[in-house]
Design a protein around this ligand. Structure first.
Ligand SMILES: *[C@@H]1O[C@H](CO)[C@@H](O)[C@H](O)[C@H]1NC(C)=O
Ligand SMILES: *[C@@H]1O[C@H](CO)[C@@H](O)[C@H](O)[C@H]1NC(C)=O
Length: 154
């Protein structure tokens, strides 16, 4: 499993700006993802999140997951949202997001590498996926990040 593309989109430049949003190939099967987002209006306390997944088959088609929830509640009680927990488990040790709200600092993910063990809690047939995650603050959508992921073994 590896990243094949990565896009960060700010929907409100007065709120958030991406300083870094990139992939770096470490080897044929390992690609590291890094992101640095500058937040201009902190602290951030009221955060909504939508995560949906698409699988490639004549274009990207909706796949199984589409979750909209209160991010601050999720990060406190992550086990209640298995799909979100799977993402957080993969990201947390490479980032500074693993704490409860409020967020009063820039958001950084450094050299995140996907490992197949991260997927084992849920079924992921071989293929190309798009994982799209959007965040809203005070009910206003602020960012979308799109991770393109290739799964080559089940
Ligand atoms: C997921 O849900 C959101 C919000 O309800 C909606 O806008 C979006 O189109 C849905 N995505 C898919 C893939 O169905
Ligand atoms: C993330 O936070 C949770 C809850 O505080 C903790 O159990 C876990 O060990 C943390 N993970 C990392 C990688 O620091």
């Amino acid at each position: 499993i590896k990243f094949t593309n990565f896009k960060c989109i700010s929907l409100d430049k007065s709120f958030v700006d991406f300083r870094q949003c990139r992939l770096k190939a470490l080897s044929r099967n390992q690609v590291a993802l890094s992101l640095s987002a500058k937040l201009y209006q902190v602290p951030v306390t009221n955060v909504g999140v939508n995560a949906d997944v698409y699988k490639k088959a004549n274009g990207y088609r909706p796949f199984m997951f589409n979750i909209t929830t209160d991010f601050c509640r999720f990060i406190k009680y992550r086990k209640q949202t298995p799909f979100g927990k799977m993402i957080l488990d993969a990201v947390e040790k490479y980032s500074n997001i693993n704490h409860t709200c409020p967020y009063d600092h820039d958001i950084i993910i450094k050299d995140l590498v996907l490992e197949s063990k991260h997927l084992q809690s849920l079924p992921w047939p071989m293929g190309d996926y798009l994982l799209k995650i959007s965040f809203a603050v005070n009910n206003d959508w602020k960012v979308t990040v799109k991770s393109y992921i290739q799964v080559t073994e089940e």
